[in-house]
Design a protein around this ligand. Sequence first.
Ligand code: FDP
Length: 365
Amino acid sequence: MTLRSNRSTLTQFLIEERRRFPSASGDFNALILDVALACKGIAKAVAYGELAGMMGNHAADEGGSVNVQGETQKKLDVLSNDVFMQRTEWSGNLAGMASEEMDLPYQIPKQYPRGNYLIVFDPLDGSSNIDVNVSVGSIFSVLRAPQEVIDSGRDVVEADFFQPGTKQMAAGYALYGPTTMLVLTVGDGVNGFTLDPNLGEFMLTHPKLCIPEDTQEFAINASNARFWQVPVKRYVDECLAGKTGPRGKDFNMRWIASMVAEAHRILMRGGVFMYPRDTKDPSKPGRLRLLYEANPVGMIMEQAGGRASTGEMPVLEVQPTSLHQRIGFVFGSKNEVERIERYHREPVEVELHNPLFAERSLFRD
Ligand code: FDP
């Protein structure tokens, strides 16, 4: 680390971005900086791990250990959620917030002013990886509050958050890996910042990130293969067939089981990630959550020249109908995601005639 550096800090970057909008109040920048501070706090807690007694599940006698998704909450899930709320609720920039870890929207406490924005977040994505010391992260999406909420200052309700991903003002994630990074889009490309541990500042290290349009790397949880729909089976079979199959080239596979880490890998070197809708649990239209996982990651992908889809349509165009709605999610290198969308459009009969489906394979039913 050198103290003399030409790199911008996150604060400098945001101020320079704001100069393009002379009428902007600065509230938005202040909100992003509060989020960045929350992420620094969470990064510290993650880094201390067991030294701070932070591993393991949140005890039932401290408020329960299962979240609204029916998933076991880790101690760090709960702490990260508290840090996010505490760092952002006071500033007067938010009208309300919603989180993976809270059943209902969180109201800004009465002692604080209310502002123009809503924030939706997954405070610790990939948290089933905490105990094995694999990268986890925080994901967030910033929306404008409905005008009537701003004018009236009323409490927010779930429906106020039901805005398609195209309406996001900003989206980002922090990744707690060997380095802590903040990746951010404010609708004008994607920029990556690395936390300088000496200065305690996020420094612009990865300006204008761009995802290669083509890739030879895919990510999917293959243990679900027997539940996949035909277009997904076809795509994966073709990748596995490699040079000898219709794709004529070999593919590599990765599965970290931490979506935020997979998104980061794809942003750095391309690839395609799939957690498609499948038949495992017909009551769940996918595994990942639309508002605080798919939409923010989707915006980042699209802003970096990639593509984000349900398999059938652009994920950012989906009209949300509930706060914790799940969705099939495919994202990454544009040409591969478009191929998967095309396979979903092509009639099933055509695909079943593909000789690959007559072969014995790891992925056969
Ligand atoms: P987690 O439950 O650990 O927070 O958000 C859901 C998620 O992680 C993603 O980050 C990850 O890609 C996925 O679940 C992992 O799912 P599998 O257990 O099916 O691998």
